[in-house]
Design a protein around this ligand. Structure first.
Ligand code: ZN
Ligand code: ZN
Ligand code: ZN
Length: 858
């Protein structure tokens, strides 16, 4: 697959999702940007076609037993892709990771850092902090035996083979089976043979006789004391603690002993997880206000365990507890019967043991995971590291502390350390520096990946992929500019150029004008979304590549008579002398990530005004200021965050916007439903009336595999529809219930009579390019831009007046056309005398802003 043979990746007849049987070329060893409105097929082309097909072909070339660990993408609907390059891809939606990985694992720093530490660090005794002393065999024996009685006999053994090499004909008087076994009469089968023995007081003469043996570095000595057995082991060039004499062996210095990701370095207790997963008595009882028959303990109502219920009830009766009572009304003795069992009931311990034995069964795995709780590991205190004989330091920073430092801090420490700059050190530096440059310096290496915001997660994956080395590869990114300031985008582009210089091909989907203007090639998809998209509108070589710096922003600071003002505001290490936000206008807030713009507006500005206004405090970071002043009454303040942390994993487009309710009512009014007595709830996967009981209305079964990616399986009972089978197929003549939830919402509501409120909402979904979504799409599965616009819609109150509305990262994933839609709504909000604050690096907003707040200048 040399560059000479191919100059482009040729894609022919691509039909994934809405793609209209298109042919397109991606130039090899160039940087190509794919853009167009959302829903136009950019992602279908870049990921659904190019990435999936390349990945699938690669995975299919691997042996079967490795493959089962990965989701093999379905084959893409495409006639031909040539050549297929090895691909590195960063999609917007990434698989949920298990609960194990932390940030340093994600970016590959754990291994590199432990390696660097063990190669270049200073070792100390972990027991007492003493210095480690290299020593001769003589030192070792003297030190080891210094507390022994003079009359004690010491035996020296070496491995049988070594003995035979050195004295081919001789046989010793004694031998022993292994390191911990007793001294016995000579037996040819034993592994260790005695070289010599002596009393403690004569040790120096014995040592001189051992010189020959010690000269051979491969020989392991086993020294045993007669009487009170005290075995130890010496490895040549071993060391010991100068203070407490703990012997240290060569292998103790190996990096594997400090790496929590390998068995020899991971904490024994928690297997390097940092947390232990234990059965939790309180989880087995689901609802104490129910009786046993009503399902207080769901486990005992399952068919396979029903006999245990009878046993449990019998034992309760024996203790004079009425088994028909609500669980909470039973006396305390119930707990001990439950836990330890009685004359009939076997007790939970035995049930848990049964679960562990039957773990290979999927249903048992799911069941037992539900009964467990995570706790911080008491042995390693969450550091995930095995207890070692040694602590390793570099520039006064211990390894386990380094592994929990912030990226900034460890990057600075490593810069200072004047050690050999080997390859893996260079790679580590690159990773940490890139993370810092992309605004992630404040993130700790030991943060659980699960707790990151989706933006941070995305950028850390970006760091990891940018650190890949090699040539002839294809790198594909979805919306890499997300959350980055113009300056940071400049840094990102430089990294793209580095990949290109190494002979790689870069293709990315992005709306950023800045990145577009620098790319070698531009592919525009369109024209519209869904069935109106899926075409290549244009492919052009970007001849007028502008390498000019970001455009100068010319928005004067607005002098307004009405404003909100904070003076000498402090939060974390951010200090702002004075900040004035004019009321009734649109303010645009810019600054590098990490400059504190979101921190200030969310945790202080919004939090404080909301607290004064409604007495509700939404965030807990301590803050302080000297003066707060507002000229007008603020009727309400809102903060729009793209993260949507409050949405449950079950939230869908339909439940979020309220459209699902319309569908439920619509179907419950059909004659067939009235005849069967089906209420609206029967058509909801969130109601006991309608949901498939097997998957609890989730359509999938998800298992936390702890050490691997979560495993997701489609529910076989409802075939993923989430609803009871006889309900999902009811039809209103146009669509079935299942179709109503799964077709684009604009099609579904064409035949509905909508109230003015929902008619307006539907109109706005079209304006904001969201009407191609289906009601059943989970919020989790949406792109950042789609989620953001949804939330924007949901919280929009067009009757609002005198409110402050703060929008953080509003432009993520939005095309110019979508920004036009949002802008017209923002201008409407301003016309209604609201204050709009936009925190965003997209220069589009210079078009509508009345006032600029630049955090780089504050
Ligand atoms: Zn020590
Ligand atoms: Zn542990
Ligand atoms: Zn189901």
């Amino acid at each position: 697959m040399s560059k000479g043979k191919f100059s482009d990746i040729k894609i022919e007849g691509a039909r994934t999702n809405n793609l209209k049987n298109i042919d397109v070329k991606i130039p090899i060893s160039k940087i190509t940007c794919i853009y167009g409105p959302s829903g136009s097929g950019k992602t279908s082309l870049a990921f659904g076609t190019l990435v999936d097909e390349s990945k699938r072909r690669y995975l299919n070339s691997l042996p079967n037993d490795i493959k089962f660990l990965w989701n093999i993408p379905p084959s893409a609907d495409v006639d031909k892709i040539e050549p297929v390059l090895p691909v590195w891809a960063l999609a917007q939606i990434n698989p949920v990771v298990g609960s194990r990985p932390v940030v340093s694992d994600l970016i590959g720093a754990t291994e590199l850092l432990t390696r660097h530490y063990t190669l270049n660090g200073d070792f100390y005794c972990a027991e007492c902090g003493g210095e480690i002393v290299k020593k001769s065999f003589e030192d070792f024996v003297n030190n080891w035996s210094r507390n022994l009685d003079d009359k004690e006999v010491i035996h020296f053994f070496i491995k049988k083979d070594a003995y035979k090499n050195l004295t081919p004909t001789g046989t010793p008087a004694r031998s022993c089976k292994g390191k911990k076994s007793k001294i016995e009469d000579f037996n040819d089968d034993h592994a260790f043979w005695e070289v010599t023995r002596c009393r403690k007081k004569n040790i120096s003469s014995a040592l001189s006789r051992l010189e020959d043996f010690v000269g051979n570095s491969k020989i392991v000595f086993l020294i045993k004391v007669n009487g009170s057995q005290k075995n130890t082991e010496y490895e040549d060039s071993g060391s010991f603690c100068g203070d407490c004499s703990t012997p240290i062996f060569n292998s103790d210095f190996s990096s594997d002993k400090f790496n929590p990701l390998v068995a020899t370095g991971a904490c024994d207790e928690c297997d390097g997880f940092g947390q232990t997963l234990d059965y939790d008595l309180t989880k087995i009882v689901k609802n104490e206000t129910l009786t046993l028959d009503e399902g207080a303990i769901p486990l005992l109502t399952y068919k396979q365990f029903a006999h245990l219920m009878d046993d449990f009830k019998k034992d309760l009766k024996k203790k004079k507890i009425n088994p028909e009572l609500k669980f909470e009304k039973m006396s305390k003795a119930k707990w001990s019967i439950l836990e330890k069992g009685g004359d009939n009931f076997c007790g939970l311990e035995e049930i848990y043991n049964y679960f562990e034995r039957k773990k290979y069964k999927r249903s048992i795995r799911i069941l037992s995971r539900r009964l467990k709780t995570e706790r911080t590991c008491e042995t390693c205190l969450g550091t995930r590291l095995r207890i070692n004989k040694l602590s390793v330091y570099l520039s006064d920073l211990e390894l386990s502390d380094a592994l929990s430092s912030k990226i900034n801090q460890i990057e600075a420490t490593l810069k200072e350390s004047s050690t050999d700059k080997d390859l893996s050190f260079k790679k580590l530096s690159f990773i940490l520096e890139t993370a810092k440059e992309l605004g992630l310096g404040g993130v700790s290496l030991n943060r659980k990946v699960k707790t990151l915001s989706s933006g941070e997660y995305q950028r850390l994956l970006l760091v990891k992929i940018l650190a890949q080395e090699g040539t002839g590869m294809l790198f594909v990114f979805d919306e890499p500019s997300r959350g980055l300031s113009i300056k940071e985008q400049g840094i990102l582009y430089k990294k793209f150029e580095k990949l290109k210089a190494q002979g790689n091909t870069v293709a990315f989907v992005d709306h950023s004008r800045f990145l577009q203007s620098r790319s070698d090639y531009l592919i525009k998809m369109g024209l519209g979304a869904g069935s109106h998209g899926g075409d290549v509108v244009s492919v052009e070589k970007n001849k007028r590549k502008k390498i000019t710096p970001a455009p100068k922003i010319v928005i004067p600071k607005l002098k307004s008579k009405s404003y909100v003002e904070f003076s000498e505001a402090k939060i974390l290490d951010l200090f702002i002398k004075n900040i004035k936000v004019p009321l009734g206008n649109i303010s645009w807030v810019i600054g590098d990530s990490g400059s504190g713009k979101s921190l200030f507006f969310k945790q202080l500005f919004y939090n404080h005004i909301e607290l004064k206004h409604s007495g509700v405090k939404n965030f807990d970071l301590p803050y302080d200021f000297k003066r707060f002043h507002t000229t007008n009454v603020i009727s309400k303040i809102s903060y729009f965050d793209p993260e949507l942390r409050t949405a449950s994993s079950r939230s869908t487009v339909g439940t979020f916007l309220g459209f699902s309710e319309l569908v439920r009512k619509h179907f419950s009014k059909l004659p067939v439903s009235e005849k069967l007595g089906l209420e609206p709830g029967c058509f909801s996967p969130n109601s006991d009336l309608g949901k498939c009981m097997t998957c609890e209305g989730r359509g999938i079964l998800e298992i936390d595999m702890q050490f691997l990616e979560n495993l997701t399986i489609k529910c076989e009972d409802c075939n993923g529809t989430k609803l009871k089978n006889d309900i999902s197929t009811i039809s209103d003549g146009t669509f079935t219930v299942d179709q109503s939830y799964n077709l684009p919402l604009k099609e579904v509501f064409e035949t509905y009579k909508l109230t003015p409120k929902f008619a307006k909402l539907l109109e706005y979904t079209k304006l904001l390019n969201l009407s191609h979504l289906s009601l059943s799409r989970t919020l989790k599965s949406l792109s950042g831009g789609e989620r953001l616009r949804l939330q924007f819609l949901k919280n929009l109150n067009l009757k609002a007046t005198g409110e402050i509305l703060i929008f953080d990262n509003l432009s993520i994933g939005l095309s110019g056309q979508e920004l036009d839609g949002i802008s017209s709504i923002l201008k409407e909000l301003k016309r209604m005398k609201n204050t709009v604050i936009i925190i965003d690096s997209n220069h589009y907003f210079s078009k509508i802003a009345d006032n600029l707040i630049d955090f780089n200048d504050l």
